[in-house]
Ligand binder design. Structure first.
Ligand SMILES: [Zn+2]
Ligand SMILES: [Zn+2]
Length: 291
């Protein structure tokens, strides 16, 4: 399985257009200690010919252009065989609307995520221009296993959609040829026993690196919500994912979906060194490897 990180940042990207936090200022100043990144999306392929995208970020067009294996091989063609949505937040799904150029799409999502994107959304009509433009598939079709992860409805659906165990999922992807497993948990307010079991079975795990600390946005004066209020377990501190996954059996551990405020993004920070010392890698745009 070939794996390419097209985007490593959480919603807003890095730097974020309206953010003047220390990391974003450093990125704009061209500091060698930080690297700008687009919003989270990972491409993977078992055969190098057919590719799947994990999530559809608002930056999907430039992300596809950044990676030649995703370019068309005929006048009208795409090697993208499917797109998997792990939740309905706009940083994970808005890119679907940018793929409206009459190309049939296959989208894997839970019923809750599909409904949240398609119902009452007049813009979705751009993906209904002809029968079969989008084929929605549930996870029981076998491509990968979805594991409910503690989440919440997307901000734009708060107060409209009831909470649903399918609103946010992690993935366990099995390459039958190499017998390798990838666990993909880019967002989660905690680690359930099922998530932990999937991570422990994996050869590689991508995990939620949104925030280093619970009060990261509050301490920077950027917001009032704690990480947990936004369904993200912080990386650092007591009860954080570094501690919780200390003894995981996953051989390779990578933080992804990293918010622009997270000190993990600064290679010179003690937090970055602490994560690396614990065996974690920090995803960046263009990171590529095989499993
Ligand atoms: Zn997100
Ligand atoms: Zn920022």
């Amino acid at each position: 399985m070939r794996i390419r990180v097209l985007g490593a940042a959480a919603g807003g990207g890095f730097p974020q257009w309206n953010c003047g936090c220390p990391n974003c200022r450093k990125a704009r100043a061209g500091s060698p200690e930080v690297v700008a990144s687009t919003q989270e999306c990972v491409a993977l392929s078992a055969d190098g010919a057919r590719w799947f995208l994990l999530n559809a970020s608002p930056e999907i067009r430039s992300q596809i252009e950044s990676f030649p294996p995703l370019h068309p091989r005929q006048p009208r063609h795409s090697p993208i065989a499917g797109i998997v949505l792990t939740n309905g937040d706009l940083d994970h799904s808005l890119g679907l609307l940018s793929l409206r150029e009459s190309q049939p799409l296959v989208v894997y999502a839970t019923d809750a995520v599909r409904r949240g994107f398609t119902e009452g959304n007049v813009l979705y009509r751009t993906l209904e221009r002809f029968p079969g433009q989008v084929t929605w598939k549930n996870f029981d079709s076998g491509f990968c296993q979805a594991i409910p992860a503690p989440g919440k409805p997307p901000v734009h659906l708060e107060g409209r959609a009831a909470s649903d165990p399918g609103e946010n999922v992690g993935l366990l992807i099995h390459d039958r040829a190499t017998k390798k497993r990838l666990a993909y948990c880019c967002a989660g307010g905690g680690i359930t026993p099922a998530m932990r079991a999937a991570i422990d079975r994996a050869d590689c795990v991508f995990f939620d690196g949104t925030f280093w600390s619970s009060d990261e946005l509050i301490a920077l004066g950027l917001g009032t919500k704690r990480a947990e209020d936004m369904a993200h377990i912080p990386v650092g501190g007591a009860g954080g994912s570094l501690e919780a996954l200390k003894n995981t059996k996953a051989k390779r551990k990578i933080y992804i979906h990293i918010n622009n405020t997270n000190p993990l993004l600064d290679r010179g920070s003690p937090e970055h060194r602490q994560a690396e010392a614990a065996g974690w890698e920090i995803a960046h745009d263009g990171m590529e490897f095989s499993l």
